[in-house]
Design a binder for this molecule. Structure first.
Ligand SMILES: *[C@@H]1O[C@H](CO)[C@@H](O)[C@H](O)[C@H]1NC(C)=O
Ligand SMILES: *[C@@H]1O[C@H](CO)[C@@H](O)[C@H](O)[C@H]1NC(C)=O
Ligand SMILES: *[C@@H]1O[C@H](CO)[C@@H](O)[C@H](O)[C@H]1NC(C)=O
Ligand SMILES: *[C@@H]1O[C@H](CO)[C@@H](O)[C@H](O)[C@H]1NC(C)=O
Ligand SMILES: *[C@@H]1O[C@H](CO)[C@@H](O)[C@H](O)[C@H]1NC(C)=O
Ligand SMILES: *[C@@H]1O[C@H](CO)[C@@H](O)[C@H](O)[C@H]1NC(C)=O
Length: 390
């Protein structure tokens, strides 16, 4: 009986309180100036109802990409154990490095390697050094460090590289798998966490370097954990210099337009090649662009074996479509691969050829390139003879 009475009393008091509160708040609202209510209704509503979807995070993108990539790759490369090959899962990727110089056929070979499913392409990672060759300290140390960090997918200490890339996006566009996500999420493209985590998903890491001389590449070979394979790609200096003549960034830069400097580098590269071939016989190799182009269907599978890569049907498709026709722009890799390396014979006159040959005697002898005898001979001769490295 007592509890019923107190319940009724409590209810009445509670009801009174409620009415009082409603009355007071109503009055409060009424006391606001009317103008305020009309000028800020949208603000009021947003504070109360926020229907926007939470923004996507880097972790979301990486997770989704990883799922999709691993699903794709386990179909395409069913013979491989992916977990053993990606940094993201505690494995070590297959790392392939091409050492060469400007206009020596590396665009083609770089794209052939990038045709491998699951490849992450570090395209000319020393672009920010400018039109220079790196042969010695002090540039050498910085350059080697950058290459090692990239091969380890560690983008955290690469501000110069990334800042350069923001203004020159071709640093990334050749890495088509990365660039696709960059176009989708431009807000994360240059973020170091995004780049490092994305890179770590990939089982194959390829890199082409046109600014570092071969002697210095030994620093990469020495690193046991990296376990890189290094290929030196060499081209006839007359072909290289002819091709450079037509690039607007080259004339005026001594390391690029002086035959003497190019050919001194070719001699030094030959000596380094002889040394590396002895020390790292299974991880270092050299090839001439002319040999590769004349007979790609023999050389490419052989190079793939050396690199430890599968000659996947996508690679064969790439070769089929890029070695048989002449089409596309100056850096295009769509061309008749058999004639492309020798095009310089038609473009340079005999005087120009002789000038290069005078500065390149030793380099040409070492790498098996022969001189043109006269204007007529120039247009039709075969400049390539056998060579040995020792
Ligand atoms: C709505 O939510 C999103 C995501 O949580 C947040 O970024 C945004 O600032 C919110 N907007 C307002 C007006 O509170
Ligand atoms: C997976 O394969 C599909 C179909 O070929 C392709 O569209 C997609 O981009 C691939 N995704 C990744 C992350 O490789
Ligand atoms: C993957 O790595 C594990 C652990 O190191 C090893 O036992 C296994 O043989 C490797 N598998 C392949 C296919 O390489
Ligand atoms: C990159 O993204 C991460 C995670 O979203 C963030 O914490 C970091 O500040 C970003 N870094 C830069 C340089 O913007
Ligand atoms: C060869 O080409 C150079 C450069 O284009 C030109 O200056 C020179 O006159 C040419 N020589 C001959 C003999 O045609
Ligand atoms: C050019 O050189 C070739 C090969 O040595 C020779 O047969 C030919 O007679 C030469 N032509 C001229 C015009 O000197």
């Amino acid at each position: 009986m007592v509890t019923v009475v107190s319940f009724v009393r409590f209810s009445i008091i509670a009801a009174c309180c409620l009415i009082f509160i409603l009355f007071v708040t109503q009055r409060d609202v009424e006391t606001y100036p009317r103008t305020l209510k009309f000028t800020e209704p949208i603000q009021d509503q947003e504070d109360t109802f926020n229907f926007s979807v939470p923004a996507i995070t880097i972790a979301d993108i990486i997770k989704r990409h990883q799922d999709e990539l691993y699903k794709n790759l386990s179909k395409l490369l069913s013979n491989l154990k992916l977990e053993n090959l990606t940094l993201a899962t505690g494995g070590q990727p297959v790392r392939s490095v091409i050492i060469t110089t400007w206009r020596s056929g590396s665009t083609f070979l770089g794209d052939v390697l990038n045709a491998v499913p699951g490849n992450f392409y570090h395209y000319e990672p020393l672009l920010n050094f400018g039109i220079v060759q790196i042969r010695d300290p002090p540039l050498a140390e910085k350059a080697i460090n950058n290459l090692k960090q990239l091969l380890k997918c560690n983008y955290y200490d690469l501000n110069n590289y990334l800042n350069y890339g923001k203004a020159h996006v071709y640093l990334f566009t050749h890495n088509n798998r990365l660039w696709k996500e960059c176009e989708r999420y431009p807000q994360f493209c240059w973020n170091t966490t995004f780049l490092s985590d994305f890179c770590k998903l990939y089982p194959f890491q390829s890199m082409k370097v046109v600014r570092l001389r071969l002697k210095l590449a030994e620093e990469l070979l020495k690193d046991q954990l990296l376990n890189v394979k290094v290929l030196l790609l060499v081209r006839d200096p007359r072909g290289t210099l002819q091709s450079r003549k037509h690039r607007d960034w080259c004339p005026g830069a001594p390391d690029c337009d002086q035959p003497k400097l190019l050919c001194n580098d070719m001699v030094a590269d030959y000596e380094a090649a002889a040394d590396l071939q002895k020390k790292y016989s299974d991880r270092f190799r050299a090839i001439r662009y002319e040999d590769l182009s004349v007979d790609p269907y023999n050389h490419i599978p052989d190079l793939f074996k050396f690199f430890g890569l599968t000659f996947h049907e996508n690679v064969k498709k790439f070769l089929d479509s890029h070695t048989k026709t002449n089409a596309g722009g100056v850096s295009s890799t769509f061309r008749d691969s058999k004639s492309a390396p020798f095009h310089w014979r038609l473009d340079l006159n005999f005087t120009e050829v002789q000038y290069i040959e005078e500065n390149c005697q030793e380099a040409m002898k070492l790498w098996g390139y022969v001189k043109a005898k006269n204007e007529t001979h120039l247009k039709e001769f075969n400049p390539v003879t056998p060579y040995v490295i020792d």
